[in-house]
Design a protein around this ligand. Structure first.
Ligand code: PMV
Length: 318
């Protein structure tokens, strides 16, 4: 039996970092995917193959290492423990997404792995897959808001908050996003800890930024449904000002945003910042020009659309 699952990467359109402290965020899944293929094996071991490296661990011993493959070992061990203590597993991860640049590679991997591995043992609902993936992601990023795994599971555009969960947003907008890569990988954990320190040292400033961010995000839904890309772009650029204030920007990201803003509707960091990517809001009228300006400044970039499918899975009898 072979179990295949794929999940989309994501961008955070609005609200990264503030979402960790209870503010709403808006995320979109993108048309770049991670695919995980799993099968049971007669060996008493779990083998994981991915571009991040390979790992083989015995099924009987606890796995304590801090490898980036830890979330997948966590899912595999949990399934084996709960359903079939003797089953070995072979897991292969293939990704369209580079890791560590804020495009949800880790969350998409966790969602696709949770669905692919669990489907060999039992049929989980999407919500159960989302929860399992979030628990797996917590093995490498303890304080995740859970927003990333949610959008990678359900797809489309979602509004997310830690307390009340998520809502899928409908949009009449036909926009694309240009994603530009600073080529500096970041650790979400490290950048999120810097924000935590900023908040501890500046509680009032941070709390007032959370209020401003909430007010900003309240305007997004109406701009999306009216297809008002000028307004949506302005909201993006305003969101970037708040990200500047909490110290997650740097010169490279700033310069990319400045260039992208010359031709797009608006631009901002997406994800944790400190490196990683920026997004610029575009449509047919300005997409090519934005890409060409960035490229002529030696900035690696590409365009994506919002994915509407979310998690896809199939089980193949062999
Ligand atoms: O891992 P990234 O770069 O997609 O960023 C995660 C977004 C944060 O808001 C910083 C953390 C979170 O869990 O929401």
């Amino acid at each position: 039996m072979k179990s295949i699952a794929s999940a989309p990467g994501k961008v955070i359109l609005f609200g990264e970092h503030f979402v960790v402290y209870g503010v709403k965020a808006i995320l979109g899944s993108i048309d770049k995917r991670v695919t995980v293929t799993s099968s049971t094996s007669p060996e008493e071991s779990i083998t994981i193959k991915s571009t991040l490296g390979n790992l083989t661990i015995p099924i009987s011993e606890p796995y304590e290492d801090n490898s980036p493959l830890k979330p997948f070992a966590f899912i595999a061990k949990k399934m084996i423990r709960e359903f079939d203590k003797k089953s070995g597993l072979e897991i292969t991860i293939k990704s369209d997404l580079l890791p560590g640049i804020g495009l949800g590679s880790s969350s998409a991997c966790c969602v696709a792995a949770a669905a692919s591995i669990s489907n060999l043992f039992t049929k989980l609902s999407k919500e159960e897959v989302r929860k399992l993936a979030t628990d797996a992601e917590k093995t490498i990023f303890k304080n995740t808001s859970g927003a990333d795994c949610t959008v990678c599971t359900y797809g489309g555009i979602i509004e997310y908050d830690k307390k009340s969960g998520f809502k899928q947003l409908t949009t009449n907008s036909d926009f694309s996003l240009v994603i530009a890569n600073s080529m500096t990988p970041h650790s979400t954990d490290v950048v999120a800890n810097k924000v935590k320190e900023f908040r501890e040292e500046n509680p009032q400033v941070f709390s007032s930024l959370c209020n401003d961010e909430s007010k900003l995000i309240a305007k997004v839904n109406s701009s999306l449904s009216k297809n008002n890309l000028n307004q949506l772009g302005q909201i993006m650029s305003e969101n970037q000002n708040y990200l500047e204030k909490i110290g997650v920007a740097n010169d490279k990201l700033r310069s990319m945003i400045r260039i992208a803003k010359e031709t797009s509707f608006g631009a901002k960091i997406t994800g944790a910042g400190g490196g990683g990517c920026i997004i610029a809001l575009v449509d047919k009228s300005n997409s090519e020009q934005t890409i060409s300006n960035l490229k002529s400044n030696n900035i690696e970039c590409f365009s994506v659309k919002i994915d509407s499918k979310g998690l896809i899975q199939e089980l193949i009898e062999e």
